[in-house]
Design a protein around this ligand. Structure first.
Ligand code: M6R
Length: 523
């Protein structure tokens, strides 16, 4: 088994072919068995031949190979940070997997206990024989690997009464949000305490820059969080795509706090970005939903998302958990730096305390988004428009729709529309506008009218009671009036549900969309 990319496979293949090896495919993976064969031909046993193979490869990957000899030796190795590899023992069997969720069906056969797993780091190898399991490095030196205990209750993969994990996970969001705030907010003293944040107050006061880093949905959470760090902590902040972070020539030093966001903690691009941040001397924390994952092992501190296991490939509850965690962190930094006074802090904390209830009420009536979804499912192209902190929410709405329903959708800053995308607007183009009543409402209204004037179909998410705009758009769904700091979370709910119902209407595989993996462990 091979998960990753062999960067020098063309050179290796050329050399092997020159030596007489015949290849049956175009894949990079095929050089692996050929190299093991070379290792065996040098008189090595299978384990040493496997190690010989691993030493020839460039790039990040995980590899597992089984010998054909009667001893049936199984070897696995992790090279670099793409492709996780972990080892569990279950009823006398040794199981190798790429990530904890892969182990869930196995663990669920024994719900009463926790399970011990061993995570391999880069250049660490496992050898499993009928009688034992040993760990060594690439040079063959023995390693004493400590197992990590994983509570089975944290890994429940039961769909319950829901038809899809995605819907179940959307419905869990009020609880997830509550758990994120619990024990971090002091409602009496109006303060935030983050016991898992290990950077001293003195170092927080010295920070000159915050960079939030993530991929996909986690990048969108970083983009919203960037605003909050600036607004509530008063620190210059930017959000960067993890896949570009290393190449962007950013000024990163010991006064920079890099915050990575990730559901899996195993995304190869994010891990590479973390390594880069450390090499520049940055302070590094991660907001992560997978305890014991690679990201949590690299970061100085981990802020756990408290979202529980997420099975649906489309991230939903971990997006909301990321948003809430980064918001709490922004408030915490603002508290230390004196950027938020106690009155402002009190208002924010009181507002946050209402969020689980508001989300619960919204989710109590999911049917109201079905009309909107029905109309949208008739279009092939969609623009999601928002302004301010809602721009990344528009990106996230578009990502959710395209990944599970395969409809082409783009998120855009509504003010940018007139600089290009407006040329696309006609009766075949649908626009979903985020237009709640808040400070940028009037600007959004003008953008909606620009689309209507060009015959575009406009669906809008509006604040309850906005009859005026409701009558001017083609179809509207409503959210309750909420304070501005809660809008990114509240606006996300309709977008998740619309994506879900559109995918259902189109008969798509909601939980396992084509071409996508839950955890992207290759660069
Ligand atoms: O595990 P991560 O949060 O690091 O994953 C990053 C992206 O691959 C992920 O957010 C992806 O975009 C979502 N599954 C899309 O819903």
């Amino acid at each position: 088994m091979h998960n990753g990319i062999i960067e020098n496979f063309l050179d290796l293949k050329k050399k092997l072919e020159a030596e007489g090896h015949i290849f049956a495919s175009q894949t990079d993976s095929e050089v692996i068995p050929h190299l093991i064969e070379v290792g065996l031909s040098k008189g090595n046993d299978f384990e040493e031949a496997f190690r010989y193979m691993a030493r020839q490869l460039k790039g990040s990957q995980a590899i597992v190979a089984l010998s054909q000899s009667p001893e049936r030796v199984l070897c696995g190795i992790r090279l670099g940070y793409a492709g996780g590899l972990l080892i569990a023992n279950h009823k006398g069997e040794t199981i190798l997997g790429s990530a904890l969720p892969a182990m869930v069906p196995l663990f669920e056969q024994d719900m009463s206990s926790s399970h011990e797993v061993v995570f391999l780091e880069s250049e660490e190898m496992v050898t499993v024989t009928r009688s034992n399991t040993i760990y060594q490095n690439l040079d063959g030196h023995m390693l004493g690997k400590e197992p990590v205990s994983v509570a089975v209750s944290d890994l429940s993969s039961d769909k319950g009464n829901y038809s899809h994990f995605m819907l179940k996970e959307i419905m869990e969001q009020p609880d997830v949000v509550g758990a994120t705030f619990k024990e971090r907010e002091d409602f009496y003293n109006k303060t935030i305490s983050l016991s898992d944040f290990q950077i001293s107050d003195a170092d927080v006061l010295n920070l000159t820059r915050v960079i939030l880093v993530g991929c996909g949905t986690s990048l969108h959470a970083a983009q919203v969080g960037r605003n909050w760090i600036e607004e509530f902590a008063g620190i210059p902040a930017s959000a960067e795509s993890a896949s570009e972070f290393r190449y962007n020539h950013l000024t990163v030093d010991s006064k920079t706090l890099v915050i990575t966001i990730g559901q899996s903690g195993e995304t190869a691009d994010t891990i590479a970005a973390m390594e880069h941040a450390l090499s520049k001397g940055a302070r590094l924390i991660t907001i992560c939903n997978s305890e014991g994952s690679q990201a949590t092992r690299i970061a100085e501190s981990t802020l756990n998302m408290q979202a529980g296991l997420e099975i649906g490939v489309a991230s939903t509850k971990t997006f909301l958990a990321s948003l809430c965690t980064v918001l709490i962190l922004a408030m915490y930094l603002g508290q230390i730096r004196g950027a938020l006074n106690s009155l402002q802090m009190g208002v924010l904390i009181e507002n946050l305390s209402t969020l689980p209830r508001i989300l619960g009420d919204l989710l109590g009536d999911t049917g109201k988004y079905k009309d909107l979804a029905q109309i949208i499912s008739g279009y092939d192209d969609l623009l999601f428009l928002g302004r301010g902190t809602h721009v990344p929410i528009a990106y996230e709405g578009a990502l959710k729709l395209k990944e599970i329903s395969y409809i082409h959708a783009e998120g855009y800053a509504a003010g940018e529309m007139k600089h290009g995308p407006i040329a696309l607007i006609d009766s075949n183009m649908a626009t979903l506008a985020l237009a709640p009543k808040y400070q940028l409402y009037d600007k959004m209204l003008s953008n909606i009218l620009e689309v209507k004037a060009r015959d575009g179909m406009v669906a809008a998410i509006l604040t309850e009671g906005d009859v005026e705009l409701g009558s001017r758009v083609d179809v509207a769904a409503y959210i309750p009036p909420v304070p501005e700091s809660l809008l990114p979370m509240v606006l996300t709910i309709p977008l998740q549900l619309v994506a879900y119902y559109v995918a259902l209407a189109k008969g798509c595989d909601v939980d396992k969309p084509r071409n996508l993996a839950k955890s992207v462990t290759v660069e």
